[in-house]
Design a protein around this ligand. Structure first.
Ligand SMILES: Nc1nc2c(c(=O)[nH]1)N[C@H]1C(S)=C(S)[C@@H](COP(=O)(O)O)O[C@H]1N2
Ligand SMILES: [Mo]
Length: 414
């Protein structure tokens, strides 16, 4: 069966190129500003000072189910090859998402990568000195640790159907396709510098070692050089341990604020190019398609969302309930969350938990609710420090990305 969107997109590269460049102009990247920052970057501890755990060979995986870690049904929902974290499982977990609770989005299956014969190659027309790095090479470089969310572009997609009556194809996530990790690794800019990145480079395309997907090939998605040189990391650590297999062992990209697919897992190669690079993941997928998006923009940053740490739907006891939740933004720090217990008629300001609340991660919050028996829709609406806030509805896009509208959370009190 042919996909009209795909054929159109692939047969008109000029058109795609125009969109990519329009996207760059719109977000105001400036090569000079970014290059200036490159060598002022990061000093610090080496990885061995930060990460615990035993010798790497002991971490190599040999089993072959498509997902390695346990995903018990009281913590996860199964969505095809993916696992969504149930949002109530975040309650009481603290700021960071334990690796065991992190959602999984696999286009195919978790590959078993042996650390001992793994290396990451950086090559392409955009580097003068193609290089490969073993894991030991990466571990020997100065390490940085950053706390950021990784969130799937389709997180919240099911609400296009259940809340707006216009279903979008793709995994029907509620709001649990997000986790916040403390990531340890090496700035991509450092690796690119060691490969003598050229001033004429425009695109940087990380590629995964998971099985190729038919004619689409290995999972990969180009980033503009300006973002690659800014805050992107090649990470091998999550919450003080080596990356688990399902989350990209031995190394993945961490692209702060951007949609999940930018954060390519199981890195094998990073192609640097003097011309724009294309794959299924920036042409037929991970763009906004539909009548309100004639320019079919390529997705970059995530948007603002909020979720209650309650089952969906939830049942609560009458009386004073301490209702908790989390809000996040791909462009900044959450400064305000308002909660409604009467489907949007009246609103109360939630109390943001002190400590934590980092930009491009999330904020924890709570509101006390004196609940009386009945059926309710709870709503939470967040605002970030740039003034981005959650609308009541969002315009439809065919692939159901970036659902940032306020979600109506059904709760019965009895
Ligand atoms: N190689 C590779 N990288 C990948 C993917 C994949 O299937 N293969 N999935 C992407 C998508 S769509 C998302 S949302 C995130 C999910 O990261 P996680 O599974 O560690 O939560 O990884 C991204 N990186
Ligand atoms: Mo995703």
């Amino acid at each position: 069966m042919t996909n009209p969107v795909r054929n159109e997109a692939l047969h008109d590269r000029d058109r795609i190129e125009r969109y990519v460049w329009a996207q760059r102009r719109a977000t105001g990247w400036s090569r000079r500003a970014v290059l200036g920052r490159l060598f002022g970057a990061t000093a610090g501890l080496t990885a061995s000072a930060i990460l615990g755990g035993g010798p790497l060979s002991a971490l190599a995986q040999t089993a072959d189910p498509p997902i390695v870690k346990p995903t018990p049904p009281d913590k996860f929902r199964v969505l095809g090859t993916n696992r969504e974290t149930l949002f109530e499982a975040f309650k009481g977990q603290g700021y960071l998402t334990p690796a065991s609770l992190f959602f999984i989005r696999n286009h195919t299956a978790t590959p078993r990568v042996e650390a001992s014969n793994w290396s990451l190659t950086i090559d392409g027309s955009g580097v003068a000195n193609p290089r490969s790095f073993t894991l030991d090479d990466l571990l020997a470089l100065p390490a940085v640790t950053r706390t950021h969310a990784i969130e799937c572009a389709g997180n919240g997609r099911s609400f296009f159907d259940s809340q707006q009556g216009t279903p979008a194809s793709g995994s029907q996530w509620r709001l649990g396709a997000i986790g916040v990790g403390q990531w340890t690794g090496v700035p991509l800019a450092e690796l690119l510098a060691r490969a003598d990145v050229k001033s004429t480079a425009v695109d940087v395309q990380p590629e995964g070692l998971d099985n190729p997907i038919g004619a689409d090939g290995h999972v990969r998605r180009a980033l503009p050089i300006e973002k690659a040189l800014d805050d992107v990391l090649v990470v091998y650590g999550l919450n003080g341990q080596y990356l688990p297999s399902d989350h990209g062992f031995p190394a993945r990209l961490l692209v702060p604020g951007w949609i999940g697919i930018a954060n390519i897992k199981w890195l094998g190669r990073i192609e640097v190019s003097e011309t724009p690079l294309f794959s299924a993941w920036n042409t037929t997928q991970y763009r906004l398609f539909g009548s309100v998006y004639p320019d079919e923009p390529v997705l970059t940053n995530q948007v603002v969302k909020s979720a209650f740490e309650l089952p969906f739907p939830a049942t609560l006891r009458p009386g004073l309930n301490l209702v908790t939740g989390r809000s996040w933004s791909g462009t900044g720090r959450i400064i305000r969350v308002d909660v409604s217990f009467d489907d949007g008629l009246t609103w109360r300001r939630a109390v943001l938990k002190q400590g934590g609340n980092l930009p491009q991660a999330w904020a924890e919050w709570q509101v006390a609710w004196p609940a009386t028996p009945g059926s309710y829709f709870l709503r939470a609406r967040a605002t970030d420090h740039l003034g981005n806030t959650q609308p009541d509805t969002v315009p439809f896009n065919n692939l159901g990305y970036l659902f940032s509208a306020v979600v109506r959370h059904p709760v019965s009190v009895s």
